[in-house]
Design a binder for this molecule. Structure first.
Ligand code: NAG
Ligand code: NAG
Ligand code: NAG
Ligand code: NAG
Length: 310
């Protein structure tokens, strides 16, 4: 009988220990991680308000299992989030590709809000090809004397893009390559860095295409390029905060009013991490809970022992 009793006491202690660790560590973890279709949405991104880094607030929306990114130039479908390389791959259905050219200024281009600029930028090896821009476009200011911003990006550029079947439909165009004798080029390729905002209206362009190449070596022509927008994201200061928060079982978020970082620890929020002493009041609540659980455990043991006639 004594053996049985000690076994039961051991079991109860075990349960207590387990529930205690669950209280302090289990609750906060991963409360912010979510899924949209087959994409994982995790720090610094979030779908729920208050989760993730404040630089990415009001950015992603899950609509019918499709993850959408919304910035000032419009909405894009998120095709992939690469957490290891800190990049996003976006698609704009009104973007020209190798098989179709979309004119009529229907494409989004790419413009992010001023405050969000430090957090989100197309990668340096992503090429934007601006199509059908007017001679009055800021792109060609100073034309033909001054340097045009148009140039190849990571081996991708208009010269090669003209080889796409889409151009056959529009009509053959032998555009002046180096000497712009007969008006502005039909296509001008730039990196995002060169002009900082792909605003088709402002640039006076009819359309655009965007491509990136994941291959380390130059891929064979415009058929091999991936069409879409590769965007780099980076959280400069916030990462150590989040690592510390997650290490203590918290979920990284931010204050929705002042946008300061906070660590969500289940039942309380910390401005540092879930092990911080900040939370004296909460700690007390938990100890009270522990006492209560312990008390109930004792009753259970006592009842058991009377039942067993000890
Ligand atoms: C996610 O689903 C889309 C189609 O909805 C598919 O094209 C893509 O390859 C899938 N990605 C992964 C990583 O499974
Ligand atoms: C913690 O912060 C999040 C995000 O701001 C908020 O939604 C939540 O209500 C807060 N929880 C507590 C207990 O204050
Ligand atoms: C693009 O430029 C136009 C004209 O300058 C401006 O009205 C519009 O707000 C800009 N769009 C974005 C998204 O910044
Ligand atoms: C861009 O690349 C194409 C093909 O490699 C080449 O013909 C063209 O001269 C290059 N243009 C510039 C501006 O370097």
């Amino acid at each position: 009988m004594a053996h049985l009793l000690s076994a039961f006491i051991f079991l109860i202690f075990q349960t207590l220990a387990l529930s205690k660790s669950a209280h302090s560590y289990g609750h906060g973890a991963h409360t912010c991680r979510s899924y949209c279709g087959n994409l994982t949405v995790d720090y610094p991104f979030a779908i729920q308000s208050g989760c993730g880094h404040s630089g990415y607030r009001d950015l992603l929306f899950c609509i019918n299992d499709v993850l959408m990114l919304h910035i000032s130039s419009g909405s894009y479908r998120v095709l992939d989030i690469d957490y290891a390389y800190e990049s996003l791959t976006l698609d704009d259905p009104h973007m020209s590709t190798c098989s179709s050219i979309v004119f009529g200024n229907r494409g989004n281009g790419f413009v992010v809000e001023r405050w969000r600029e430090p957090y989100l930028n197309p990668t340096a090896d992503n090429v934007f090809m601006l199509l059908g821009c007017t001679a009055e476009s800021p792109l060609f200011q100073g034309f033909p004397g001054k340097h045009l911003p148009c140039r190849n990006v990571s081996g991708m550029g208009c010269e090669e893009y003209y080889g796409c079947p889409a151009w056959n439909i529009i009509g053959p165009r032998k555009v002046g390559s180096s000497v712009y004798g007969s008006g502005p080029p039909e296509c001008c390729s730039v990196s995002f860095e060169a002009i900082k905002a792909i605003n088709l209206t402002k640039l006076g362009c009819q359309g655009y295409s965007s491509a990136y190449s994941l291959a380390p070596l130059r891929v064979d022509g415009p058929h091999g390029w991936s069409y879409g927008i590769r965007v780099k994201y980076s959280v400069d200061e916030g990462d150590s905060f989040c690592k510390a928060c997650e290490a203590t079982g918290g979920s990284c978020g931010h204050n929705v009013n002042d946008f300061s970082s906070l660590c969500m620890c289940g039942t309380w929020n910390s401005s540092s991490n879930c092990d911080s002493v900040h939370s004296a009041s909460h700690r007390r609540t938990w100890s009270l809970m522990d006492v209560l659980t312990g008390f109930l455990g004792c009753i259970a043991v006592w009842k058991l022992s009377t039942k067993l006639g000890l």
